[in-house]
Write a protein that binds this ligand. Structure first.
Ligand code: NAD
Ligand code: USQ
Length: 394
């Protein structure tokens, strides 16, 4: 199949582009490399040394004789999105190309706005371009489990059947996102659903949980193919962060009481899920939601596991209860389903101690690249003290 991977230079996108190319698909990466610029602005770097996109693609070709095309385009520029669809005539479009950090979106007004402009305009452009240029193509859009928040009822896959005053309907599951970033995903979902109803587009919204791990068989082939690995307080996700903190012999930063429960999956399952969604496309007019995760963990329980594996490696990295910089419940009910991808044939991997040890070892091998100044979180959901905020606003 001809597949566009928007955001294909990023963590999930790079692994996915290589996986799909290895499986014989004709892959084009669209990425304006803005994430590399955001890193430079924040003064952060991936723990692993990621090669420039051109070197990555050259290496992939040399190793496998397969070619991945690359277009340096910004999805917030409508003409560029239309031109891309016209030129590449994709069967499927995987859309990873967004600002994906919750803390980034909570830094200040400017970063919330950038997140909204980038994500919402990009998504809207893509929907209009599909409508006008490629209405048959299947949109596979990355959403997030965080769209649902942590309600005191079981979370369904996208929709819930409600009986109200004697009448029944199946409606989008209520959303309670926890950051301006997560809010963009809710808006995207509403827009995609609307476009499918109105224009008969076909779309799969993948409400993905937190991704952990680094390597897939393809990124493991050689050093220039290595994936990015974020550990800092803005882009690092919780398990990856704990492993790098252990490598640094730094206490593991459990925010609040650590009772936050979240859905997780291995990066190798991310690429498998994307491929399953592509190979089993939605029907014209169909908007479907898959909850894309394999396991559910509490944050404190994860930290305890990392602490224990580190101990086996001779490393002391105790749990540190850190004043929660976010506004979120740190004790709550969490029960959710994920049957649709399993029904399509996903064989879920389970987090094992060997992987945790491997991630700690990646941290140890790259320890000189860890900047201790970026290990603790700096972004607070409730913002700076009022006086400091007033000063910044002039
Ligand atoms: P990432 O930051 O590593 O990669 C995103 C890529 O998109 C970057 O290469 C960036 O340059 C590109 N991009 C951003 N805006 C663009 C634009 N306007 N035009 C073209 N390219 C643009 O992020 P990731 O971790 O790979 O996440 C990918 C997607 O998966 C995101 O939508 C994210 O919300 C979702 N997701 C990620 C996780 C996770 O744990 N990493 C979990 C759930 C959902
Ligand atoms: N947390 C800690 N300590 C840390 C880092 C995080 O206790 O050092 C806690 C957070 O408070 C939160 C949980 O761990 O309760 C998860 O935080 P995270 O940073 O790993 O994940 P999150 O901010 O939710 O965002 C990540 C990705 C995002 C994706 C989302 C999936 O960055 O792109 O959408 O995971 S989900 O969480 O399902 O919404």
């Amino acid at each position: 199949m001809r597949i566009l991977v928007i955001g294909g230079d990023g963590y999930c996108g790079w692994a996915t582009a290589l996986h799909l190319s290895a499986r014989g698909h004709d892959v084009t990466i669209v990425d304006n490399l803005i994430r590399r610029r955001w890193d430079a602005e924040l003064g952060i770097t991936s723990l692993t040394r990621i090669a420039p996109i051109e070197s990555r693609l050259r290496e992939w070709h040399e190793r496998t004789s397969r070619t991945i095309a690359y277009l340096s385009r910004d999805v917030t520029v409508y003409e560029d999105v239309c031109r891309t669809l016209r030129e590449t005539r994709p069967h499927a479009i995987v859309h990873f190309g967004q600002q994906r950090s919750a803390p980034y979106s909570m830094i200040d007004h400017d970063h919330a706005l950038r997140t909204h402009l980038n994500n919402t305009v990009g998504n809207l452009n893509l929907l209009w371009a599909l409508h006008e240029v490629a209405p048959e193509a299947h949109l596979v859009k990355l959403g997030t489990m965080g769209e649902y928040g942590t309600p005191n009822i079981d979370i369904e896959e996208g929709f819930i059947t409600i009986e109200h005053k004697g009448r029944t309907d199946t409606l989008p599951f209520p959303k309670q996102p926890g950051s301006f970033y997560h809010l963009t995903k809710v808006s995207d979902s509403d827009q995609i659903y609307f476009a499918c109803r109105t224009w008969q587009l076909r779309a799969t919204d993948l409400n993905q949980g937190i991704v952990y791990g680094i390597e897939t068989p393809e990124t493991f082939l050689s050093a220039p193919l290595v994936n990015r690995f974020d550990y800092d307080g803005v882009y690092g996700t919780v398990l990856n962060r704990f492993c790098v903190q252990a490598a640094l012999r730094h206490p593991l930063t459990v925010y609040g009481r650590g009772g936050q429960t979240r859905a997780f999956l291995d990066i190798r399952d991310t690429v498998a899920c994307i491929e399953l969604a592509i190979l089993n496309p939605a029907e014209p007019g169909e908007y479907r939601v898959f909850n894309q995760f394999t396991e559910v963990f509490g944050v404190l329980a994860l930290a305890r596991r990392v602490e224990a594996v580190a101990r086996e490696l001779g490393i002391k990295a105790p749990v540190l209860y850190y004043d929660n910089p976010r506004a979120e419940k740190d004790e709550h009910y969490y029960q959710t389903v994920n049957t649709r991808l399993m029904d399509l044939g996903l064989t879920p991997r389970h987090l094992d101690d060997a992987l945790i040890a491997q991630l700690i070892e990646v941290g140890i091998r790259n320890v000189e690249r860890i900047d201790p100044a970026h290990v603790l979180p700096k972004v607070k959901w409730r913002g700076a003290e009022p006086a400091a905020a007033a000063e910044r606003a002039g």
